[in-house]
Design a protein around this ligand. Structure first.
Ligand code: AMP
Length: 444
C-alpha cells in the first residue's frame, strides 16, 4: 500500500496529514489524488466514510498552495457543492484541517440562517467556497458570488442532491461555470440521471469506483432483530446499556419518532439528543458537538439530518425503524465502521417492515444475519410465496427477540413506532417525493 509521502503533496499539506496521523491513503484517495493533481476531471463512485473528502480536498489544497493566487472578493477559485448543511460544514472543516498550514481563505454558505455574515465573508475574499445549492443560487442572483474565476468545481453526493430535488438548481449553477475548469464529481450510486449529469459536467474523466456497495457494507457487522412495535424502546435500552456501546446513532423514520425516542432514552438515564430537519441549525450543531465530545452517548436521527455526519468512533448504528428507501440503509450503516474501523449495525424489524427488509437485502445482495438468540419469524419475506395467502390474514406469527423472550408479530400494517403514527402511511413513492421537496426547502 502506498504511503502519503509517495503522493508528493506540498510540505504544509503533508505536515497536516502527519499531524492527523493519516499514514496510508484510503483506496479512493490513492486512485483520485494522483489524477486530480494532474488536473484531470474525476468521476468518483464512493460513499461517505471512504475518505472521499480528503480525496478531493488534498489535490485542491495542493493546487491552491502552489499557485498562490490571492483570494478575490466574491469570486471563489474553488466551489464545492454539497446537498446538506451538515455535510457542507464537515467539508469546510476538512479543508480547514488539511489546509491549516496554508494561508487560504475559505467561506461556507448554506440556507436556513441569515445571509449577512456569509455576504461579508465573501466580500473579504474566498479561495474556497463550500455551499449548498439553494443559498448559493440566492447569493449568485444577488451578485454576491460570481463564478468566472473558478478553477475547480466539486459536486459531492450528487445522487443525494438529485434525490432532494436539487436538479433544477444544479442546472442553473452549472450554466454559470467557466468552460475552462477542473471538475470533480462524487456520487454513492450511479443511476442513469447521475450518469447524464456527469457527462454534462466532466471532460474525459478518470473514473474511480471504490465502493461497489458491498465493500463498506461487508466491513460492518450487521445484525437483524425481530421485535414487536411496542418492544422497540425497551430493546433499544437493553442494547444501549449492555456496556459495549461507545457512541451510537439511532435512526427513526420520522422527526417526531426521533424526538420521542430521544426523550424516552434521556428519561431513562441514557444521554441522547434528537437531530432532524425541524431543529434549528444551531440546535443541530450543538447536538453534533455534544456527541463528538461524548457528552451524549446517542444521537437519534432521521435520514436527512444524518447525511454526512462525520464522526469517528461510532460503535453502533441502530435502525430503530427500517428506512423506506433501501439506499438509506447503506448510508445509515456507513456512519459506523469509518475509515476501516469496526462497527456494528443493528436493525429492528417488525412484521410490518418485511417489505423494507426485503428491499434492503436485495440491494445489498445479502441476507442480514440474525442477532444471537433470534429465531426467524415465519413472515420473513422469502417465505411469503410458500404460504402467503394463509398468513396474510393470520393474526400473528411467532418470533423471539434477544432478551425479550417470545414475541408476537401481526401482519396488520402498523404505523411503525412510537411517534410515527403522525399520519397514516401514504403510498411509498408519493411520500418520498413529498419528503424530497420538503428537504430541499430545509437544506438549500
Ligand atoms: P469521508 O469519507 O471523507 O467522510 O472520511 C471518513 C473519515 O475517515 C473521516 O473521519 C476522515 O477523517 C477519515 N480519514 C480519511 N482519510 C483517512 C486516511 N487516509 N487515514 C485515516 N483516516 C482517514
Amino acid at each position: 500500500m502506498k504511503k502519503f509521502e509517495e503522493l508528493k503533496l506540498i510540505a504544509p499539506l503533508q505536515r497536516a496529514l502527519t499531524e492527523e496521523k493519516y499514514d496510508v491513503p484510503t483506496p479512493i484517495q490513492a486512485q483520485t489524488i494522483p489524477a486530480a493533481l494532474l488536473k484531470r476531471d474525476i468521476l468518483g463512485c464512493a460513499q461517505t466514510g471512504t475518505g472521499k473528502t480528503a480525496a478531493f480536498a488534498l489535490p485542491i489544497l495542493n493546487r491552491l498552495g502552489r499557485n498562490s493566487r490571492k483570494a478575490l472578493p466574491n469570486r471563489p477559485l474553488v466551489l464545492v457543492l454539497a446537498p446538506t448543511r451538515e455535510l457542507a460544514i464537515q467539508i469546510e472543516e476538512s479543508f480547514a484541517t488539511y489546509g491549516r498550514h496554508l494561508r487560504l481563505r475559505q467561506v461556507l454558505v448554506y440556507g436556513g440562517v441569515k445571509q449577512g455574515n456569509q455576504v461579508r465573508s465573501l466580500k473579504r475574499g474566498a479561495h474556497i467556497l463550500v455551499a449548498t445549492p439553494g443559498r448559493l443560487l440566492d447569493l449568485m442572483n444577488q451578485g454576491h458570488i460570481t463564478l468566472d474565476q473558478l478553477e475547480v468545481f466539486v459536486l459531492d453526493e450528487a445522487d443525494r442532491m438529485l434525490d432532494m430535488g436539487f436538479l433544477p438548481d444544479l442546472r442553473r449553477i452549472i450554466n454559470h461555470l467557466p468552460a475552462e475548469r477542473q471538475s470533480l464529481f462524487f456520487s454513492a450510486t450511479m443511476p442513469p440521471k447521475i450518469t447524464q449529469l456527469s457527462k454534462r459536467l466532466l471532460r474525459n474523466p478518470v473514473s474511480v469506483n471504490v465502493t461497489p456497495k458491498s465493500t463498506s457494507v461487508e466491513r460492518i457487522e450487521q445484525r437483524l432483530m425481530f421485535v414487536e412495535r411496542h418492544g422497540k424502546p425497551s430493546l433499544l435500552q437493553q442494547i444501549l446499556t449492555a456496556g459495549d456501546v461507545e457512541r451510537a446513532i439511532v435512526f427513526t423514520k420520522t422527526k417526531r419518532g426521533a424526538n420521542v425516542v430521544a426523550d424516552k432514552l434521556d428519561r431513562s438515564g441514557i444521554k441522547a439528543l434528537p437531530i432532524h430537519g425541524n431543529k434549528s441549525q444551531n440546535a443541530r450543531q450543538r447536538a453534533l458537538e455534544a456527541f463528538r465530545r461524548k457528552q451524549v452517548q446517542v444521537l437519534v436521527a432521521t435520514d436527512v439530518a444524518a447525511r454526512g455526519i462525520d464522526i469517528d468512533g461510532i460503535s453502533h448504528v441502530i435502525n430503530f425503524d427500517l428506512p423506506i428507501e433501501p439506499e438509506s440503509y447503506v448510508h445509515r450503516i456507513g456512519r459506523t465502521g469509518r475509515a476501516g474501523a469496526e462497527g456494528l449495525a443493528l436493525s429492528f424489524c417488525t412484521a410490518s417492515e418485511g417489505s423494507e427488509l426485503h428491499a434492503i437485502e436485495r440491494l445489498i445482495g445479502q441476507k442480514i444475519p440474525l442477532a444471537d438468540g433470534q429465531i426467524q419469524p415465519q413472515w420473513r419475506p422469502e417465505q411469503k410465496s410458500r404460504s402467503s395467502s394463509g398468513r396474510r390474514n393470520g393474526r400473528s406469527q411467532q418470533g423471539t427477540s434477544q432478551g425479550s423472550g417470545s414475541q408476537r408479530f401481526s401482519r396488520r400494517r402498523s404505523s411503525g413506532m412510537t411517534g410515527e403514527a403522525d399520519k397514516p402511511k401514504p403510498k411509498r413513492r408519493r411520500r418520498n417525493g413529498q419528503q424530497s421537496r420538503q428537504r430541499s426547502k430545509q437544506t438549500g
